[in-house]
Design a protein around this ligand. Structure first.
Ligand code: SF4
Length: 68
């Protein structure tokens, strides 16, 4: 069974696109299309990101899950 990993900042970022897979959800970063600094599928959880922009309707960035 796959562990559930919090996406961190991607969860509330306007550039993130969740892609539901059979066993887990991948978070695609749309900034990767135009800026090579950003990986297509960022390593989660993303706790700091220069490209983060809050999505409309989001109040605060989602905190990352504690390790373990
Ligand atoms: S810009 Fe940063 S926070 Fe936003 S989706 Fe890409 S990696 Fe995640």
């Amino acid at each position: 069974m796959a562990a559930i990993v919090s996406p961190g900042l991607c969860a509330s970022c306007r550039h993130a696109r969740p892609i539901a897979g059979a066993r887990s959800t991948f978070w695609l970063c749309d900034r990767s299309r135009t800026d090579p600094r950003f990986p297509r599928y960022p390593r989660l959880p993303v706790v700091r990101c220069a490209g983060y922009e809050r999505a409309a309707g989001e109040v605060t960035p989602a905190p990352p899950a504690p390790p373990g």
